[in-house]
Design a protein around this ligand. Structure first.
Ligand code: PYC
Length: 309
């Protein structure tokens, strides 16, 4: 029997999200972290069918809508990509909120949405902007020195913003879309060096350079776990950046930081402190790009996606 999966596609500042609204795996109830584990261990073929080729691509982030643990939450969501699962996803959460509004399941206002790494606050404005009050974020290590193959010595910070990042302190290359292939290579080498230096948890690398948009504070380039780069300014990467700026005393609580991404789109962000951590709020906009039913025909040799390379 052909299996049918209903999805709504969107992009947030250029980065795509595919929200699974029906036909996804049944992960049962209980804590989201446990459901994520079941997804990974027992139903990983759904991830491949939904986001990898031939139906998806390396840049697509999937979002499985689930019943929340707490009935006060509007929804729960598990994010995944071409190689695995994400704790949180800033651009993806904006896409989820716009999708729920598009389906008539959520109105402008403030809502709580659960993720495997904790609940986040989401506010949809009447104009369509989405603000995500992210999970607590912090800097784990400052001024980490690494030796990068073919590049040399480099310094950066290791920080958490819902995912783990290495944030380079100095510009390493010109941040230009035309350099994307070179930037991916540089960022991948940096990640290998950081992982080898005792930070195996780091799966995202963030490079910085001067902004090109009026009002922006910096431009970034973000390497994602599966080797693609984020087309948006990256919500969890912006949160990790705020954690570093706060730790260095370079951005006061409540002040706005405008993060430009490699495609020239921007997120606005600020934070409040919570003990030794910060709670960032990141605002951006998502656009609905499609509604579809994915068909998984058991006779198709690539029914559940291409085999991993
Ligand atoms: O916006 O947090 C984000 C994100 C992570 C990976 C791709 N986008």
């Amino acid at each position: 029997m052909t299996h049918r999966i209903s999805v709504v596609d969107s992009h947030t500042a250029g980065e795509p999200t595919r929200v699974v609204v029906d036909g996804g795996p049944d992960l049962g109830n209980g804590p989201l972290a446990g459901r994520l584990r079941r997804f990974h261990e027992q139903h990983d073929r759904f991830r491949r069918a939904i986001v990898t080729e031939p139906r998806g691509s390396d840049i697509l982030v999937g979002a499985l809508l689930c019943a929340p643990v707490d009935s006060a939450s509007a929804a729960a969501v598990i994010f995944f990509n071409n190689v695995g699962y994400l704790g949180m996803c800033g651009h993806g959460m904006m896409g989820v909120v716009r999708t729920l509004a598009h389906l008539g399941r959520l109105q402008p206002g403030s809502h709580r949405i659960e993720s495997p790494v904790g609940p986040v606050g989401c506010t949809l404005s009447e104009q369509g902007d989405v603000s995500v009050e992210n999970v607590p974020s912090w800097r784990k290590a400052a001024d980490v020195r690494i030796d990068v193959d073919g590049i040399g010595r480099l310094a950066g910070d290791v920080a958490y913003g819902g995912n783990w990042f290495f944030l380079a302190r100095e510009p390493v290359s010109t941040l230009d879309m035309q350099n994307a292939a070179q930037l991916l290579e540089v960022a991948s080498r940096i990640r290998r060096a950081v992982n080898a230096q005792g930070f195996p948890e780091v799966d995202h690398v963030e490079l910085f350079g001067p902004p090109t948009r009026p009002g922006a504070d910096a431009r970034n380039f973000v390497l994602c776990p599966g080797g693609a780069y984020d087309r948006s300014p990256c919500g969890t990467g912006t949160s990790a950046k705020l954690a570093c700026l706060a730790a260095d005393g370079q951005l006061a609580e409540g002040r706005t930081w405008v993060q430009e991404g490699i495609t020239g789109t921007t997120f606005e962000a600020s934070y409040r402190t919570s003990g030794t951590r910060i709670v960032p709020t990141v605002t951006g906009r998502a656009w609905i790009t499609g509604e579809a039913t994915l068909l998984v025909d058991p006779a198709d040799p690539f029914a559940w996606g291409l085999p991993p390379a």
